[in-house]
Ligand binder design. Sequence first.
Ligand SMILES: [Zn+2]
Length: 81
Amino acid sequence: MSINSIRTCITCRKQSSPTSLLRVVCIDGALVLDNEKSLPGRGAWVHQSCLATAISRGAFKYALKLTEQPNELDAKDMKLK
Ligand SMILES: [Zn+2]
């Protein structure tokens, strides 16, 4: 994956550079912030300002193509570095 590639926010669908988005992955059913944006597997990209909406919509399950609803509240304290 190129760091210059453009990612789409799972909440607002606006396209942004990866540096302006949080990358969230699911590991063993838990949502984890990928600070280095380097963890393998499917990632969900979301603006900091869109995070609360993503959680309230339960957007991560769809974005990460999970079969089980993750605990979306795992993501509530995630901060963009
Ligand atoms: Zn957004």
